[in-house]
Design a protein around this ligand. Structure first.
Ligand code: 6PG
Length: 258
């Protein structure tokens, strides 16, 4: 299937980056809720999106918080570490501190990847069940894969996205929606959405900042195809938009972007 070319937005600094992302998220959310009552949004972990979540939560500028259709928003995560919610490495914990504590979402709107008392494989299994139940009851499960309205991703300097690291067998997963790949040689372990779920989304935003990501951005967007080495290359929504929002430093090696 022919996929659409990525839209690439290059912003001068961190403030412009988070506002560009918040503007895009708001536009997508408002468009979706004119058609139906639920907006499904999977969040990424990592350092880059934290200021964005703070902005959506109202910090520094109340307008995004005021305009987001929060009662219709259902939040999910692209990946999680096998740690409890109050651990500093928890992606859910990060979002809770940056944004959720300032909003009044109900428990039913927040679909975190639960890890407490479960090993990573069990956590992946449980979360997959939650995804299937939620999408079957409320939305659509096309070819058994949930179609998120929006998935926000970050990218590591090694080209990993969500919890899908270079050369991981999980990059070839086609059956599972959520998986817990073997830890990487450096000991990174995640419970993660799989590529079929990412590529079924209606919109995927990849948010990247910093000079240490410039090589990976170049490889992801302009490099020779080698998705095993650079998993970000495999992010190609089959029937959706792909929007890269990057700061100047991360985009510095691109030749095609403005
Ligand atoms: C995570 C995600 C990961 C993240 C990138 C970028 O950290 O939970 O697994 O995919 O989005 O590593 O992280 P930074 O934004 O911290 O660079």
């Amino acid at each position: 299937m022919k996929t659409a070319a990525p839209e690439i937005r290059v912003l001068p600094d961190g403030e412009a980056l988070r506002r560009a992302a918040a503007d895009e998220i708001l536009r997508i959310a408002l468009d979706v809720v004119t058609k139906r009552k639920i907006f499904t949004f999977a969040l990424s972990g990592g350092r880059t999106p934290k200021p964005l979540y703070q902005l959506l939560g109202g910090e520094g500028d109340a307008s995004y918080r005021a305009k987001m259709p929060w009662p219709q928003v259902h939040l999910f995560w692209s990946d999680e570490r096998p740690v409890p919610a109050d651990h500093p490495d928890s992606n859910y914990g990060m979002v809770r501190g940056a944004m959720l504590e300032k909003l009044s979402l109900t428990r039913k709107q927040v679909h975190r990847i639960r890890t407490e008392g479960l090993n990573p494989a069990q956590a992946a299994h449980e979360h997959q069940r939650e995804l299937k139940d939620f999408f079957t009851q409320n939305l659509m499960l096309r070819y058994d894969v949930p179609r998120f309205d929006l998935i926000l991703l970050g990218m590591g300097p090694d080209g990993h996205v969500a919890g899908l690291f270079p050369n991981s067998e999980a990059l070839r997963e086609r059956r599972l929606l959520v998986t817990a790949p073997k830890p990487t040689p450096s000991g990174q372990q995640r419970i993660t959405l799989t590529m079929p779920v990412i590529n079924m989304a209606s919109n995927v935003i990849v948010l990247v900042s910093g000079a240490d990501k410039a090589e990976a951005v170049k490889t992801a967007l302009e490099g020779a195809p080698e998705a095993d080495r650079c998993p970000a290359q495999a992010v190609k929504p089959s029937d959706g938009r792909l929007i890269w929002i990057v700061d100047k430093a991360a985009a510095s090696l691109l030749t095609k972007a403005s």
